[in-house]
Design a protein around this ligand. Structure first.
Ligand code: ARG
Length: 584
C-alpha cells in the first residue's frame, strides 16, 4: 500500500499523481498506491516505481521513467527520472504557504476530517476484571484503545468507548461468602485491596478445604438468583474497584463516560435468550449436557461453549449478548459502523468463535465486529536482570499505578537537577513520566511485543515521550521569548532553508498519518509522525536562528512556522494520549 489515499493526499501529490496517471494512461489511485517515500531526502519527497508499467510495455523501467517525467510536470512540484523511479519534489514555498494557511485556519482540528454521521464505532478497551488490581499489562489495551478512540474521532467518527468490566463470575462467590456478614462500619470502608486479599486468601484456603469452594459456589448461585444480600457485596466490590480504576485512568488522562461501564453482569439476564435463540436457529446443540456451537466446518476446531454441563453460562455467551447490544444501541444503524475489541492476542480464538457464531445466527453485521489484538509487554526487572512478563519473581503483579508513580518520581529527580526553579513541577513531571510510559507502549507497531525499561522510556534521546515533550517545550520557549504575538502576516519566500522545507513536507502529511492510523487501528503511525516532526524541528532549531532582531521579517516568518509546529505536535500528542506541557 502506498503512503497516500485520494481522500488525504496533499494537493500537490494529487496533481502530480494525476499528471503521471495521464501520461501512463492509468488511474490516479494506482499511482497513489504505488508511491513510496524515497530512502534519502535528497531524492525527493515521493517516488513512483515504474516496474509494473515497464513489464506491461516490455521495456526497461528506466526507459519508461525517462519518457514519463517530462510529460507529467505541473504546478507545485518538480519531477525527474531517477533510474526505475519517477521522483517528485514539492515546491517548498508553495507547500509552506498552503500548509501554514491550513494549520492556522484549522488549529486544533488540523489533520481532522469533518464529522460524518454515518461513521460510528463502538470500541471495547481496557475492560479489566473487577476485584483485581490494574496491572501494568492493562496499559496496553487501555492506551491503544484510548488512542484508537481519539484517532477515529479525528477521522469523523462518533465513538462509544466501552469498558466491558469483568464483573460477573464465580470469583464473586468467595467475596460474598466472606463479606456478607461484615459489620456495617467495616463493610462501608472495604476497598479494592480488601477484595483482592479476600479472593487470594480464599483461593488458598480452598486448596485444602473443599467447603470453602462449596460456600462460594452457593453464594454465587444466590447472586445469580438476585439475592439481595449477595448482591450488596457484589455491588460493593464493583464500586470499590471502579473507584480505584478511575484514579488510575485519571493519571493516564483516560475517561469513560459513566454509562459506558457496561460489564459482563449487565448481560447475565439475557443469556437464556441467547441460548434459546442459538438452539432454535439450529446453531447450537447439546453435547454431554453442555451447549456448544460446533465450528469445525468453518475452520475453527474448538467449539464455542455457551453453557457448561452444570448450567453455568460463559464468557462467550456474554460476548454474544453484548455484541447484539452494541449493534442495537451503539451506532449499529449507521452505514459505516464498526465494533472493535482492543484485547490482547491471547484471546484471538475466543473472538473468532464469537464472530463466527454471530454470523451463523444470521446477523448481517457480523463482519463489522473486529478483534484489534496487540503483542505482550515485557518489563525489565533489575531483580532478575532480565525481561519478565509483568510478574516479579515472588509472583506479584507489577501494578500500573506503581509504574506511573515511579516514572513521575524519576522525572522529578531529573527536573530537580536540570531546572529546579520550574513552576508546576509535580504536574509537569507527571505529564512527562506518564507520557514516557504511554509513548513506549504505543510507538511500535501494535501487534509487536514491546519492552519496557524505565531508563529507556525516560531518555531524552531516542524514540521516547520525553523527546516529543522536549520538542514541544522548545517551540513554546521560542514563542515566549519572542515576547510578541505570533505575526498574522509573513513572507513565505523567506522560508527557503532546507530544514523549513522538511517541516512543510511533514506537516502536509499529518492528515494522511491520522487517516492511515484510523484505517489500520495503529497509533504507532501517529507516534512515528511525532518523532519525525520533533526530529525535523530539533534540526531546524539547531540550524536556523528564529529570534533575530537584525532580521525582523525572517524572524516573523519563522515564528509563524514554529507556532504551526507547536500546534501540530499538540494535535498529534492529544491523539495518542500525551499531555502537552509548557516547560521542562
Ligand atoms: N475482562 C477481560 C480480561 O480481562 C477482557 C474483556 C475484553 N472484552 C470482551 N468483550 N471480551 O481478559
Amino acid at each position: 500500500m502506498g503512503r497516500f489515499t485520494e481522500a488525504t493526499a496533499p494537493s500537490w501529490v494529487l496533481t502530480a499523481a494525476d499528471n503521471i496517471a495521464k501520461a501512463l494512461d492509468v488511474a490516479r489511485k494506482d499511482i497513489l498506491d504505488l508511491a513510496v517515500t524515497p530512502p534519502k531526502p535528497e531524492m525527493g519527497d515521493l517516488a513512483v516505481p515504474m516496474f509494473q508499467y515497464a513489464k506491461a510495455r516490455k521495456v526497461a523501467p528506466p526507459v519508461i521513467a525517462k519518457e514519463i517525467a517530462p510529460k507529467a510536470g505541473g504546478a507545485g512540484y518538480a519531477i525527474s527520472a531517477e533510474g526505475p523511479y519517477v521522483n517528485l519534489r514539492a515546491d517548498r514555498a508553495a507547500l509552506l504557504e498552503d500548509v501554514i494557511g491550513r494549520v492556522r485556519e484549522a488549529k486544533d482540528r488540523f489533520g481532522h476530517a469533518a464529522p460524518d454521521p454515518e461513521k460510528t464505532a463502538a470500541i471495547d478497551y481496557s475492560s479489566p476484571n473487577i476485584a483485581k488490581p490494574l496491572a501494568l499489562h492493562h496499559l496496553r489495551s487501555t492506551m491503544i484503545g484510548n488512542a484508537i478512540a481519539r484517532i477515529l474521532r479525528a477521522n469523523g467518527f462518533t465513538v462509544y468507548g466501552i469498558n466491558y468490566v469483568g464483573d460477573w463470575g464465580t470469583q464473586f462467590g468467595y467475596m460474598i461468602a466472606v463479606h456478607e456478614h461484615d459489620a456495617p462500619e467495616k463493610f462501608e470502608k472495604l476497598t479494592l485491596d480488601d477484595f483482592v486479599k479476600t479472593y487470594v486468601s480464599q483461593r488458598k484456603l480452598a486448596e485444602t478445604d473443599p467447603s470453602v469452594e462449596e460456600k462460594a459456589r452457593n453464594a454465587f448461585l444466590r447472586l445469580e438468583q438476585g439475592d439481595a444480600s449477595a448482591r450488596r457485596v457484589w455491588e460493593k466490590a464493583r464500586s470499590a474497584s471502579l473507584a480505584k480504576f478511575k484514579q488510575v485512568y485519571d493519571m493516564l488522562g483516560v475517561e469513560f463516560q459513566d454509562d459506558m461501564y457496561i460489564g459482563e453482569s449487565f448481560f447475565s439476564p439475557m443469556l437464556d435468550g441467547v441460548i434459546q435463540e442459538a438452539k432454535q436457529k439450529g446453531v447450537a446443540k447439546e453435547d454431554q449436557g453442555a451447549i456448544i456451537v460446533d465450528l469445525s466446518a468453518h475452520g475453527i476446531d474448538t467449539p464455542a461453549l455457551l453453557q457448561k454441563s452444570d448450567g453455568a453460562t460463559l464468557y462467550a455467551t456474554r460476548d454474544i449478548a453484548s455484541a447484539k447490544f452494541r449493534h442495537d444501541k451503539l451506532g449499529g444503524d449507521r452505514r459505516e459502523w464498526q465494533c472493535l475489541y482492543v484485547v490482547d492476542q491471547g484471546q484471538s480464538l475466543h473472538f473468532k468463535q464469537v464472530f463466527k457464531v454471530m454470523e451463523l445466527l444470521g446477523y448481517p453485521w457480523a463482519d463489522r465486529l473486529k478483534h484489534v489484538p496487540f503483542g505482550v509487554m515485557l518489563v525489565w526487572s533489575d531483580e532478575d536482570q532480565g525481561w519478565i512478563k509483568g510478574k516479579t519473581r515472588a509472583g506479584n503483579v507489577v501494578l500500573l499505578e506503581d509504574v506511573l508513580n515511579e516514572a513521575t518520581k524519576r522525572v522529578v529527580k531529573i527536573i530537580d537537577a536540570r531546572n529546579p526553579e520550574l513552576a508546576d513541577k509535580e504536574a509537569t513531571a507527571r505529564a512527562i513520566g506518564v507520557g514516557a510510559v504511554v509513548f513506549n507502549d504505543l510507538k511500535n507497531k501494535r501487534t509487536n511485543d514491546i519492552k519496557f525499561k524505565f531508563e529507556d522510556a525516560l531518555s531524552l534521546e531516542g524514540e521516547t515521550g520525553p523527546y516529543i515533550h522536549n520538542a514541544l517545550v522548545r517551540t513554546k520557549s521560542i514563542l515566549r521569548k519572542a515576547a510578541r504575538p505570533v505575526p498574522s502576516t509573513y513572507d513565505v519566500k523567506l522560508l527557503s532553508h532546507a530544514r523549513e522545507g522538511e517541516i512543510a513536507v511533514l506537516l502536509a502529511g499529518f492528515k494522511e498519518a491520522v487517516a492511515r492510523a484510523g484505517l489500520e487501528y495503529d497509533p504507532s503511525l501517529i507516534c512515528r509522525f511525532l518523532l519525525d516532526l520533533a526530529g525535523a524541528f530539533h534540526a531546524f532549531h539547531h540550524d536556523c536562528l528564529v529570534l533575530d532582531d537584525a532580521n525582523k521579517a525572517l524572524s516573523d516568518a519563522r515564528l509563524v512556522l514554529v507556532d504551526c509546529v507547536r500546534l501540530v505536535l499538540e494535535n498529534g500528542m492529544m491523539l495518542v494520549g500525551l499531555q502537552p506541557i509548557e516547560a521542562m
